[in-house]
Design a protein around this ligand. Sequence first.
Ligand SMILES: Nc1ncnc2c1ncn2[C@@H]1O[C@H](COP(=O)(O)OP(=O)(O)OP(=O)(O)O)[C@@H](O)[C@H]1O
Ligand SMILES: [Mg+2]
Length: 502
Amino acid sequence: MARRHTTSLIVPAVESRRARRARKRTERRLAGELLRAEQAARASRQAAERAARKGSPVLGRAGEAGPAAGRNLRPLRVQAHRATSATLAAAYPFLAEGGLGGEGVLIGSDAFSRRSFVFDPWVLYERGVITNPNVAVAGEIGTGKSALLKSLVTRSLCFRRRAYVPGDPKGEWTVVARAAGGAAIELGPGMPARINPLDAGSRPAGLDDATWRADVRARRLVLLTSVVETLLGRALHPVEHTSLAASLDAVTAGPGDPVLPQVVQAMLDPDPHGDLPAGVDTVEQLRDDGRDVGHALSRLVFGDLAGLFDRESTVTFDPARRMISLDVSRIGEDNPLIPLVMTCTSAWMESALRDPDGGKRWMVYDEAWKIMRQPALVRRMETQWRLSRAWGLANILAVHQLSDFAGVGDVGSEARARATALLALTSTRVIYRQPADQLAHTRTAMGLNSTEAELLPSLVVGRGLWRIGTRAFLVQHNLTAREIALFNTDARMHGDSSARAS
Ligand SMILES: Nc1ncnc2c1ncn2[C@@H]1O[C@H](COP(=O)(O)OP(=O)(O)OP(=O)(O)O)[C@@H](O)[C@H]1O
Ligand SMILES: [Mg+2]
């Protein structure tokens, strides 16, 4: 309790010692009375407050007793710290990414800010955060790439998106597509489904005849060239190009969509009465020019893949389905021709999706690394990706590492440039666990800082570094119990055939 002092306002200029002592005594007495009066006033105020509080519960300063103890607000006393604003800007621990907003599919949680992480490439594209809706997921085997793809597309179905899997070599999407209310087309030896990769597909409204014909011809030529170049293991010579185009034109002149055996027949045994392309003088010359190409293509028709792509399609594409998967697992995941099969099935499905009014749709290339190993197939894919944005398609692919893109073709080759362009066409890149020897390349390709790169070898299953445009997020993908049961691919490791059941 502080002491109280009083003093006389007017003191005589000359004062006897006795008078001064008497005055001081009076001042001390008054100070004591003042103090006692204040104490009495405080005591009566506190008594009044206590009386007012009586009956109404008020939490004491120490909080509640019992199980809820310690939950009351207590002042946090920390020692003051002084630093320059430059230091504080880096040292302030309560900084977190602003996030991407709440519109989109819930993926899981942001590992740094602990907030929910949602993602929708079309929304971000409209907002100008990214320049294209394509997504690439790179990660070691079993790190959760397919599970992420499956969650992303199935969770987006309720936002009226649709999803298509144009070639599923492990057959793991069949059960997902059917559970989501979609369909799975199983392709392979002994299965009734046939598809014709040369199908013209759906014609977008408002396209005149000549433009449509030119468009279909260009697509068929790109497909045939990339398939033949892959089978031959080299680029086509100019005369072979001419011969392939002439054979395609010859069979297209007939009614309906041409089929591959017709193209092979026209190459190996051209019609002696047919038109010859400019620069070719005789039918014999045309036959010689197309010999290698014809034989290469015949492998797709009469060889290991006989019966798959050699007739008109027996399945139709129903765009009203929420999800369609093309299961090619019966052909054998390790069949060396599986990249070609995936390319043919992709071409067939993509042709059916060339409708700008078809809504926002996912094209899922799980196991895309199989295609990425074939430079000619990457070239076709890159052409397709350039066009797909106009049709509302978002491509999403899974690879093991980003060097799958850089490892295509030789240094400086056109194929390498195309693969790099494919990566450049992918604004969203998700990196799951990477082996240490991939760090340098991943860091350069993604523009990661050293802290981000150091995270990569130790990421747990389902945790990935998301690079969206120029921003980065560390995200844990959370699966629901139903998804865990549906997306489980470990069953394959234990020989459990139920994972393939429809
Ligand atoms: N976010 C997650 N949380 C928990 N488990 C997960 C998660 N993601 C994946 N898994 C589990 O890990 C296993 C492997 O996942 P997944 O098949 O998606 O890996 P992958 O990267 O596609 O493998 P691969 O390279 O062989 O295709 C699955 O059985 C799945 O259930
Ligand atoms: Mg997978």
